[in-house]
Design a protein around this ligand. Structure first.
Ligand SMILES: Nc1nc2c(ncn2[C@@H]2O[C@H](COP(=O)(O)OP(=O)(O)OP(=O)(O)O)[C@@H](O)[C@H]2O)c(=O)[nH]1
Ligand SMILES: [Mg+2]
Length: 440
């Protein structure tokens, strides 16, 4: 993996903007920038520097710029790293990049800055993927999860597990070396106990990954609207559920979740209490929980009773926004006039086919959450590792050959290594880092 050349990329979005940032990473970053940059202060002073000055580019007047510099190995990439912050003008960025390329920089490939950080041992693969997920997150939920992973959610406990297994392997191998002398380094009971601990741990890890993955897999659709709008009836009709329904407004107090499958598309449907101004504590709590559900939803079905005028809070929800809000006319069997929204009746079942088709379509075309590839990659390693540890456990239990035990332990460690990226192949790195955009 080539890291000796100096790479560069525009790391702000291309096009006009307030500021443009050009990043350089590599052993010659300062050498390449120095001839183009004039300042009264020296470029390199200490581990980190911010220097203001002017860019001197051929046939252009001096352009004000701020240069941030991190000295190796104290930077994101572990190399000399420079960020040139200047005016956000596309012809200017192009001229600057062209000049730097001429002097010998190379254009960075997608994710190459983060790849260098990884290769410099700045973080492990699961964190690299988390960086990608943070950049790509397009919902608050996605972002929260990605930030959690970035904070080292997986790396540290995995490290502990690897240390335990490495110690175990070392003991088994030591015993192999002295096999002729019939010395027992670790008693069978202790070995079983240590393996049991590792097994419990990796099982737990698998569960955690599952839980994280679960909310990623389903398309979350929340039913909301005024009290008595017919939300629970629609929920029951779509899920064959048994949510309470009555003519009393305020029937639903707590939200309800049911999973449905429409031609292979998994949808999580959530019934919520009607909007209320109730001041009782339980009502307020329930409203708070419902709001949370709405915030986490991929799609909101706003239930509007056919024939009743649109209330201001309903109109507000229908205003264009980032959220996907779909108005649904309910109880259409009670009204003969043609509603302007998707007309449904929980009682007669009319319009439910169209609603299901809409849910299926939206659920299917939904963008993959940013962490999904990382999760499924980790899941695979966890499963294989679990299988190997089970076999190792069996070998100890039935006093099988220690050579085989060492082999299983080594393979299990290999899986963990691949998961965090201490053992990696170029192919894997390519797959992970090519998902990044250029400049990251
Ligand atoms: N005729 C007819 N009545 C309906 C239909 N859907 C719901 N209703 C009636 O409308 C009333 C309220 O229905 P719910 O499903 O409980 O309404 P909700 O929006 O869940 O109400 P809250 O939970 O109180 O906010 C009940 O009496 C239902 O029987 C429908 O499609 N047709
Ligand atoms: Mg209800």
């Amino acid at each position: 993996m080539q890291t000796r050349d100096t790479i560069l990329a525009l790391s702000t979005a291309s096009g006009p903007g307030a500021r443009a940032i050009v990043r350089l990473s590599g052993p010659q970053a300062v050498t390449f920038l120095a001839p183009l940059f004039e300042s009264s202060e020296p470029l390199v002073s200490g581990r980190r520097a911010l220097v203001s000055g002017q860019l001197r580019l051929p046939n252009l007047a001096p352009i004000p710029a701020d240069v941030y510099l991190w000295v190796a190995p104290h930077s994101y990439t572990g190399q000399e790293l420079i960020e040139i912050h200047t005016l956000g003008s596309p012809p200017l960025s192009e001229a600057l990049i062209a000049r730097l390329l001429q002097s010998g920089c190379r254009a960075a490939r997608a994710g190459e800055f983060t790849l260098r950080a990884f290769l410099a041992g700045k973080f492990d693969l699961t964190r690299a993927e988390a960086v990608h997920a943070v950049i790509e997150a397009d919902s608050r939920d996605d972002l929260k999860r990605a930030l959690k992973q970035l904070a080292g959610g997986m790396a540290r406990p995995l490290q502990e597990l690897r240390d335990d297994l490495l110690n175990l392997l070392a003991d088994v191998e030591a015993a192999l070396d002295f096999a002729d002398e019939d010395i027992r380094f670790v008693r069978q009971e202790e070995m079983l106990q240590r393996l049991g601990k590792a097994l419990a741990y990796i099982t737990l890890l698998g569960k955690q990954l599952d839980r994280r993955g679960q909310s990623e897999r389903h398309f979350r659709v929340v039913l909301t609207g005024r009290p008595n709008a017919g939300k629970s009836s629609l929920f029951n009709a779509l899920t064959a559920g048994d949510a309470l329904v009555s003519e009393e407004p305020g029937t639903t107090r707590d939200y309800l979740v049911r999973r449905i499958d429409i031609h292979g598309t998994s949808i999580e449907l959530i019934d919520t209490p009607g909007w209320q101004t109730a001041s009782e504590t339980i009502g307020t709590q329930a409203q708070e929980l419902a709001r949370e559900q709405i915030e986490r939803a991929d799609m909101i079905l706003l239930c509007l009773e056919a024939g009743s005028a649109i209330a201001p809070e309903e109109a507000a929800m229908l205003e264009p926004s980032e959220r996907s809000v779909v108005p649904i006319a309910t109880k259409c069997d009670l009204h003969s006039s043609e509603p302007s929204f998707l007309a449904t009746s929980a009682r007669t079942g009319s319009g439910l086919g169209a609603l299901r088709a809409l849910l299926e379509e939206c659920g299917r075309s939904r963008k993959q959450p940013a962490l999904a590839p990382s999760l499924s990659r980790c899941r695979h390693h966890v499963e294989v590792c679990l299988e190997q540890l089970r076999r190792a456990h069996g070998i100890v239990l039935f006093e099988g050959p220690p050579e085989l035990l060492a082999l299983e332990l080594r393979d299990a460690l290999g899986q963990l290594g691949e998961m965090v990226g201490t053992i990696y192949t170029e192919d894997l790195l390519d797959r992970v880092f090519s998902r990044f955009c250029i400049g990251k």
